[in-house]
Design a binder for this molecule. Structure first.
Ligand code: FAD
Length: 495
């Protein structure tokens, strides 16, 4: 088997050009990654091409939550919330290092003027959230006193503060999740390659899709890849790929990118010991405040977007809007633009007929089958990537059975197969951290970061650091990331 590294690039290209694949996946975000893993677990011959780095699109720009989505209850999207909660439980079993159960709080005030602030409404939502999670709940919600709330966020506005409601969801590292899903697919024999762009589609004379033309983005060389089924998982680029085969009907649904902006703040500027869900005072919107990787992540907005899809970025007005909302709840923090260490923006690949606002368009995925046989999947959430993949590959398998007599294709096994770094439970990881803290000369903080990023593979990064003193150096002062991670990424993760 090829290594999971750029060193295998020419070999992977050669194999793709030589064989007739069962399935070719376009797009290396979480949706494409989930698809290639699902197909590989069923024993299908499958390949994935990504035009940039893996997870370079929306899948590295999320709020980093693995959640049912409390706010979707407002739209009565109960099935979506239930599915998110059930996937949250599955992911916490197959990738315990990357899915970290975490407390979230909603502040309760006597008079803020918004219906969100009515404790009864929020409590009813949380009660339903617990009910939908059922036995897979991470812990039931409860009420905190004003004093308890202030202990967890000392800068919270005290005027009219009555307390807070606490519930549980999970945090993740979105781009690492993509890499680990891809690595797991590779371990099962899938061909996975980045900087390889789909530039054209190949059709039979009868109009049936038989493959694609791809371009090696590093050399400019183009070659053909034959596949029985092609799945388009290109997020906000879905329509561009559909257009390659003239598939977009004038009346059908189109991708409607919705932009979300996040800000990164220093942990001592916004002091929070848990995550917070903050209802905006000016509209029906929530902001998240999330302690993440030694910083605090704040976001997000949700606005229609028509700019450059390759490089969405935060505008000054958006930064002001988010800071204003956060300052209204955490006035003592007195956040200013100069406090913002970094910003990032992502585009939700929502599919819409153009009638509703972006906040009202469902987050449920849409699967579209083109006349030539191409399957496109867009929308959905990071959290539900596994179920999205299962549904889509079920369709692909049905097509393979029907057209190519490929009976005997198994069912999806992704609910029970641990991801690449998911072979140790959380308790076993803790034991490993404990053991290494005594012997490896790395701080507990660094070891915890490595364990939660690489899971059962974290010893491989520690070994690199052990062998070369320089690789123990921190990449950014005050943060636990070390130089060994760069060497590891280049050697083992297609960077
Ligand atoms: P992408 O990640 O964009 O992947 C598509 C890929 O296709 C790209 O990498 C692109 O380079 C590639 N591509 C495009 N054209 C071609 C081509 N011709 N050839 C080869 N490759 C091509 N979900 C959650 O569950 N939890 C959250 O907290 C959360 N927060 C979010 C916050 C924001 C601001 C946004 C925008 C979304 C959030 N989501 C969240 C939703 C989630 O992030 C997205 O649904 C998901 O990342 C979409 O993944 P994708 O693979 O479909 O798209």
């Amino acid at each position: 088997m090829n290594e999971f590294s750029w060193r295998a690039r020419s070999a992977v290209h050669a194999e793709m050009a030589r064989e007739r694949l069962d399935v070719l996946i376009i797009g290396g975000g979480i949706t494409g990654a989930g698809l290639v893993l699902d197909a590989a677990t069923r024993g299908l011959r499958v390949a994935l091409v990504e035009k940039r780095d893996f997870a370079a699109g929306t899948s590295s720009r999320s709020t980093k939550l693995i959640h049912g989505g409390l706010r979707y209850l407002e739209h009565f999207d109960f099935a979506l919330v239930r599915e998110g909660l059930s996937e949250r439980a599955i992911l916490s079993r197959i990738a315990p290092h990357l899915v970290k159960p975490f407390p979230f709080l909603v502040p309760i005030y006597t008079q803020r003027g918004r219906n969100y602030d009515r404790p009864l409404k929020i409590r009813a939502g949380l009660w339903l959230y617990d009910l939908l999670a059922g036995r897979e709940s991470f812990g039931r919600h409860r009420r905190l006193t004003r004093e308890q709330a202030l202990e967890l966020a000392p800068q919270l506005d005290t005027k009219g503060l009555r307390g807070a409601l606490l519930y549980y969801d999970a945090l993740t590292d979105d781009s690492r999740l993509v890499i680990e899903v891809l690595k797991s697919a590779h371990a099962l024999g899938a061909l996975v390659v980045n900087y390889t762009r789909l530039v054209g589609l190949l059709h039979e004379a009868n109009g049936e899709l038989i493959g694609g033309r791809v371009s090696d983005e590093l050399t400019g060389r183009e070659f053909e890849v034959r596949a029985r089924v092609i799945v388009n998982a290109t997020g906000v680029w879905t329509d561009e790929v559909r257009a390659l085969s003239g598939q977009i009907e004038t009346a059908g649904k189109r991708v409607r990118p919705s932009k979300g902006v996040h800000l990164m703040l220093a942990a001592d500027r916004l002091r929070v010991m848990s995550a917070w869900l903050i209802p905006s005072l000016t509209g029906h919107r929530f902001y998240f405040v999330v302690p993440w990787e030694g910083r605090v992540l704040v976001g997000t907005t949700d606005t229609d977007y028509a700019g450059d899809k390759e490089a969405p970025h935060a505008e000054a007005g958006e930064v002001r809007e988010i800071l204003g909302a956060i300052n209204s709840y955490f006035p003592e923090a007195r956040l200013e633009s100069s406090d913002v260490i970094a910003t990032f923006a992502g585009l939700r690949p929502l599919l819409s007929d153009g009638k509703k606002s972006t906040t009202a368009v469902s987050r449920e995925e849409e699967i579209i089958q083109g006349r030539d046989g191409m399957i496109s999947i867009a929308g959905g959430k990071l959290t539900t990537y596994r179920r999205m993949a299962e549904r889509t590959i079920d369709l692909a398998a049905a097509r393979l059975n029907e057209k190519f007599d490929r009976n005997g294709i198994g069912r999806s096994r992704t609910a029970t197969v641990a991801l690449d770094g998911g072979r140790l439970s959380r308790a076993e990881l803790e034991d490993e951290i404990e053991r290494m803290a005594k012997s490896e000369g790395l701080t507990r903080e660094v070891l915890e970061h490595l364990a939660h990023s690489y899971g059962s593979d974290f010893g491989r990064v520690v070994t690199l650091a052990r062998e070369d003193e320089q690789l123990r150096g921190r990449l950014v002062e005050g943060l636990p990331h070390i130089a060994a991670e760069i060497v590891y990424a280049v050697r083992n993760e297609w960077r």
